[in-house]
Design a protein around this ligand. Structure first.
Ligand code: FES
Ligand SMILES: [Fe+2]
Length: 377
C-alpha cells in the first residue's frame, strides 16, 4: 500500500456533524463536517493519551476528543486543552496530522501523504461530469481481498469470457481468444482498448444493441487504486465507469463505482443501472475473495503470465516506480509494532513544521523493496 495518493474515504452523505471513523492503509482517520461546512480528515489518534477522536463530538469547527476534551480544528491544530485551565496557551507540538480533502462525484477523497499540492498525483479526471447528456450513478461496497488484486481484475481483458455472462459466453465460445490490445499510455497509469464478442443485452437494454457482436471496451489503471472502464455497446451509446478503491487494510477493500452513461437518461433507469453494475461487481468479488495468495506475489515469476496479462505486468511495473520513490508502506514493520506504536500517515504540514508526537508510518525506500523482491525471486 502506498502513501501520496488520493483515496475515497466516504460518501458525501456519510460525513456530517457526527464524526465517523474511516480505515484506510491499515490506519484510522476521523472525518467530520464543521459548522463552517468544511470536511476535516485527521489522524484518529489523539496525541494526548491515544483517545479515538471519532468517538468524540464536533464542536463548531473542531473535533473534541472523548477522553479529556482536547479540541482540534480540521487543519489539525489543537486549540484547547481543558485541563490547563481557561485561556491557557496550547503547545504547538499537540497538532495531529490533517489531510487535504476533495468532494467529487458524491465521494469525499483524502490525500494521504505529505507531497505539496503541485506534486500530487491527481484524482482520475471524469470529463463527463456535469456535461449535458450524461447521467451518473454511484454504488459502493466492501469486499475481502487485496486492492491490487482487485485493480488487476478491473483491467484484465481475459476474465470477461469466463466471469461475466453479461460480457462473455461463460467459456462456451469455441473461437474465444483475446484480440489485439490497443495501448493507451497515460501519466499515472496505462490502459488499452480492445474489441470482443459479447452476448445480446437483456431486454431492458436491448435498444442499445440488438444483436450479439463486437463490443468496444477500453480500460486502464490510474495510480495504484483507480480504474477507468469505457464500454461502448454501439457507436452512439457509452457507459464510462470509474472505480475508486480504498484499501481498508491489505485484506479488505471498500470500492466506489461511479457509472456515467449517455443513454437511458431518465432517473427511473438509475436502479436498473445500479442493479446491473452490482450484478457484474459481485461476480468479480467471488473471484477476488478466493485468490491465493491474498496479496499479489512479490515477483511475476511466481505466476505464469501470458500476452493478455500485459496490462497486469504494466500495472506491477508502475507500482515499482512508486516503490522507487519510497512511497510504499513497510507493512512488516507496522505489523510488528501494531499493539505498541501509533503511527500517522505523514501529512503535507510535516514538510513545513517540525515537532510531531506520533512517528510517521514506516516506509520502504526503493533499495529495500528491490532487495526484498530479489530475495523472493
Ligand atoms: S486522550 Fe484525547 S484528550 Fe486525552
Ligand atoms: Fe470483472
Amino acid at each position: 500500500m502506498y502513501i501520496n495518493f488520493w483515496y475515497p474515504m466516504a460518501t458525501v452523505e456519510e460525513v456530517g456533524e457526527k464524526p465517523i471513523k474511516v480505515r484506510c492503509l491499515d490506519q484510522d482517520f476521523v472525518m467530520f463536517r464543521g459548522d463552517d461546512g468544511k470536511v476535516g480528515c485527521l489522524s484518529n489518534t489523539c496525541v494526548h493519551r491515544g483517545g479515538s477522536l471519532a468517538g468524540g463530538k464536533v464542536m463548531g469547527d473542531r473535533i473534541q476528543c472523548p477522553y479529556h476534551g482536547w479540541q482540534y480544528t480540521g487543519d489539525g491544530e489543537c486549540k484547547k486543552i481543558p485541563s490547563l485551565g481557561k485561556g491557557a496557551r496550547v503547545p504547538g507540538r499537540t497538532r495531529v496530522d490533517a489531510y487535504p480533502v476533495e468532494e467529487r462525484h458524491g465521494i469525499v477523497f483524502a490525500f494521504l501523504g505529505d507531497l505539496p499540492e503541485e506534486d500530487r498525483p491527481p484524482i482520475i479526471p471524469v470529463p463527463e461530469e456535469g456535461q449535458d447528456g450524461w447521467r451518473p450513478t454511484l454504488v459502493h461496497y466492501e469486499l475481502k481481498g487485496n486492492y491490487e488484486r482487485s485493480i488487476e481484475n478491473g483491467i484484465d481483458p481475459a476474465h470477461n469470457e469466463y466471469v461475466h455472462d453479461t460480457h462473455g459466453f461463460s467459456g462456451e465460445d469455441e473461437d474465444y481468444s483475446v484480440g489485439e490490445l490497443r495501448d493507451v499510455p497515460a501519466d499515472w497509469g496505462h490502459g488499452f482498448w480492445h474489441t470482443f464478442q459479447a452476448p445480446p443485452l437483456p431486454p431492458q437494454l436491448r435498444e442499445l444493441r440488438e444483436q450479439p457482436g463486437d463490443l468496444e471496451v477500453g480500460t486502464g489503471h490510474h495510480g495504484p487504486n483507480q480504474v477507468w472502464t469505457y464500454i461502448h455497446p454501439s457507436p452512439e451509446f457509452y457507459f464510462h465507469q470509474y472505480l475508486f478503491e480504498r484499501p481498508i487494510d491489505e485484506e479488505h477493500i471498500h470500492v466506489y463505482l461511479l457509472c456515467m452513461r449517455n443513454c437511458m437518461l431518465d432517473p427511473d433507469q438509475d436502479d436498473l443501472m445500479n442493479e446491473r453494475n452490482m450484478y457484474v461487481a459481485k461476480q468479480d468479488v467471488v473471484i477476488i475473495e478466493d485468490l491465493h495468495p491474498v496479496l499479489t506475489p512479490p515477483t511475476t515469476t511466481k505466476e505464469f503470465m501470458t500476452p493478455s496479462d500485459k496490462c497486469i505486468v504494466m500495472y506491477r511495473d508502475r507500482l515499482k516506480e512508486w516503490d522507487a520513490k519510497g512511497w510504499r508502506i513497510d507493512m512488516d514493520e507496522v505489523r510488528r509494532n501494531t499493539k505498541k506504536v501509533a503511527y500517522a500517515i505523514p501529512s503535507p504540514q510535516r514538510r513545513q513544521v517540525k515537532g510531531w508526537v506520533l512517528d510517521p508510518i514506516p516506509l520502504m525506500d526503493g533499495k529495500q523493496v528491490a532487495a526484498k523482491l530479489k530475495a523472493a525471486s
